[in-house]
Design a protein. Sequence first.
Length: 107
Amino acid sequence: MDYKEPSTFFSRVAFLVLPVTMGSKINIATPKVSNAEVFQCVYSAPTTITNFVGGSDNQTIRVLGDGKATVKNGTNIFTNTGANKLLVANKVYRFTYINNLWYEDAN
């Protein structure tokens, strides 16, 4: 009887790595964030972001600040400082959607 090496699950499965989906440039107080992960602030005047609309459970988004956008803390979004936060130009901020609220990473 010939011996054959048993097949393994991993030898027959191809893993697909999905690319990061770039969202649109955001410039309103309630930007839509469904189906994307990365956003760039492009506000022409100081603006307060009051909510990220269209989030799904456990979705994480990254937002590149522009020095004009401020995130309003306390209703729909909770910053890691517990206060309103100016999104500094060229700095990336990360928020995760949990139980219908957005939370900024603690870092």
